[in-house]
Design a protein around this ligand. Structure first.
Ligand code: NAD
Length: 238
């Protein structure tokens, strides 16, 4: 449970691939269900790892290289700056580290982190990686092949319980750049208290009945976050 350090309100920001799109990292809903031209079953499942670990490593090596070359955009920066006025928890579906590099200090990654690797036999052996490539033959201290520290499709999402606890204590809930279709993460919005203000910043189409008190700002992340930042900092609810 998030501890109240002071009487500042608690903003929970839930982000998806769309928040990093303007940093040059592609979402996959926008490319016909492909992720950088790969079918996700080929590269982002435990079966793919069993079948062709070299291809899986190559795919994530490219994602890591892109991530290292990308820079946080103004949406990441404004989310970090909200910390001047509010207690802010960021819960992201993204595997990139752009929120951290923008200055957010409280980031929970639901689907893992591209800048970390882990043992393929002991999921608690997690290591930072500071180069772009991970190769076959690179092993953990127990002698097993290292894999990307990523939650693959079909694997449990261990951080979900913690994320639910955080969302339940929100005073304001913001979604930025998520199609809200990848479950269980997309279901987080339903754990937010019913009567708090909720904002969804995404240029896509959404049903108007997703949840109560939801305002859809139908704009790109940078533009929508600028608008919302001004609104939230003009009326700081402390
Ligand atoms: P998604 O690909 O399903 O949906 C992306 C959403 O972003 C869409 O609703 C789209 O309308 C919106 N979008 C596109 N451009 C935008 C912009 N400039 N500003 C704001 N919104 C924009 O993404 P998802 O819902 O996050 O789920 C996909 C899964 O793929 C995630 O679980 C994540 O692990 C993974 N993924 C991660 C990254 C990353 O780490 N940067 C990139 C691609 C996919």
């Amino acid at each position: 449970m998030m501890k109240k350090k002071d009487n500042k309100k608690h903003i929970v920001v839930f982000t998806g691939a769309g928040v990093s799109a303007e940093s040059g990292l592609k979402t996959f809903r926008d490319s016909d269900g492909l992720w950088e031209n790969y079918r996700i079953e080929e590269v982002a499942t435990p079966e793919a790892w069993e079948r062709n670990p070299k291809l899986v490593l190559e795919f994530y090596n490219m994602r890591r290289k892109q991530c290292m070359e990308a820079k946080p955009n103004n949406a990441h920066l404004l989310i970090a700056q909200l910390e001047k006025h509010y207690n802010v928890s960021v819960i992201t579906q993204n595997i990139d580290d752009l929120h951290e590099r923008a200055g957010s200090t409280n980031v929970l990654h639901l689907h893992g982190e591209i800048m970390k690797v882990r043992s393929s036999v002991d999921e608690n052996l997690i290591y930072p990686i500071n180069k772009w490539n991970l190769e076959l033959g690179e092993k953990c201290e127990k002698g097993s092949q290292l894999r990307p520290h990523i939650v693959w499709f079909g694997e449990p999402v261990p951080m979900m319980e913690k994320a639910i606890e955080i969302v339940q204590t929100a005073d304001v809930f913001i979604v930025v750049g998520s199609s809200l279709v990848v479950y269980p993460a997309a279901g987080l919005i339903f754990y937010a208290p019913t009567d708090i203000p909720k904002y969804l910043i995404d240029p896509g189409e959404f049903s108007s009945t997703i949840t109560k008190n939801l305002i859809h700002i139908k704009k790109k992340a940078t533009e929508g976050m600028q608008e919302l930042y001004e609104l939230l900092t003009k009326n700081v609810w402390v």
